[in-house]
Design a protein around this ligand. Structure first.
Ligand SMILES: NC(=O)c1ccc[n+]([C@@H]2O[C@H](COP(=O)([O-])OP(=O)(O)OC[C@H]3O[C@@H](n4cnc5c(N)ncnc54)[C@H](O)[C@@H]3O)[C@@H](O)[C@H]2O)c1
Length: 266
């Protein structure tokens, strides 16, 4: 059987649930070796129970140190790193600017951009030396998680939407900078997704609120897109597999949109 990621060595950040966890499972199925960086100790323990040999680092991806530790764990275990994926993210539950007091806006902005944007840059910064050292002829690959919110308003609030536009900008900027080093950088921009643990900002008191608990979410997700499908992390994972593989060797600075066709909505 010809597996798409045979021999590929990957680090998945934010891998404890939802899309990231589905990416881990799909990468393994496709022949990759996978290491993980995840904030939640409980989720790390669950991954280690399923995959006892997997390098799993419990740590905060907004810090350079945690990313460095995870990259080192991957390199120690696999002898190098070919692919970095980040699925880290947090949500604002559609809060508009008129709903946020100025002091709350101050702290919520910092929390949102720290988690949704800075963590991605810290992961890339820490992984760069290993990705460069891998020196694959056909290039190494970075895949960052955007959202339909990186393209359209209405699917997040005044903090989430700008944070995802920033990730989209990071993909373009990093692809431009790193192409000469044969590192491809692409995004995946999922639409609303089932079966994830995506939560709200602590600074808005929304840490315990899960987007997936929204009543009637499956029907609502299917009803809002032209294809009439409600997608899950398992659906999105194939976009990451493709972008990490040699089948995508000529693709950088681009985005796959597994979102049920929002761009062709009337
Ligand atoms: N759920 C959706 O509808 C949806 C839609 C489009 C895009 N997205 C994006 O997809 C990505 C994955 O989200 P998900 O829905 O699978 O949510 P999720 O909460 O299930 O997965 C995110 C994971 O990242 C971890 N994480 C959070 N902060 C971290 C940190 N500082 N360091 C390390 N790990 C951290 C969480 O513990 C969690 O395991 C996010 O970027 C999200 O914005 C989600």
């Amino acid at each position: 059987m010809n597996r798409w990621l045979e021999g590929r060595r990957a680090l998945v950040v934010g891998a404890g649930s939802g899309i990231g966890r589905a990416v881990v499972d799909a990468f393994l199925d496709e022949g990759a070796r996978v290491a993980v960086l995840e904030l939640s100790r409980e989720k790390c323990e669950a991954i280690s129970e399923t995959y006892p040999d997997m390098p799993v680092v419990a740590g905060d991806a907004t810090t350079f140190a945690a990313n460095q530790e995870a990259v080192a764990a991957a390199v120690d275990a696999f002898g190098g790193l070919d692919v970095l994926v980040s699925c880290v993210g947090i949500f604002d539950f559609y809060k508009g600017i008129s709903e946020l007091d100025a002091d709350v806006l101050d702290s919520a902005f910092d929390e949102m951009f720290n988690i949704n944007v800075k963590s991605h840059l810290m992961s890339v910064k820490a992984a760069l030396p290993a990705l460069e050292a891998a020196g694959r002829d056909h290039g190494t690959s970075i895949i960052l998680t955007e959202s339909t919110s990186a393209y359209y308003p209405g699917r997040g609030g005044i903090l989430y939407v700008p944070s995802k536009f920033a990730v989209r900008g990071a993909v373009t900027s990093l692809a431009h900078e790193l192409a000469a080093r044969k590192i491809r950088v692409n995004g995946v921009a999922p639409g609303g997704t089932l079966n994830t643990d995506l939560r709200g900002l602590d600074s808005l008191g929304l840490n315990d609120k899960r987007l997936d608990d929204t009543p009637g979410r499956e029907k609502e997700l299917a009803g809002r897109v032209p294809l009439g499908v409600a997608l899950s992390g398992e659906d999105h994972a194939w976009s990451y597999v493709f972008l990490a593989s040699d089948r995508a060797r000529g693709i950088t600075g681009d985005v796959v949109h597994p979102d049920g066709g929002i761009a062709v909505k009337r």
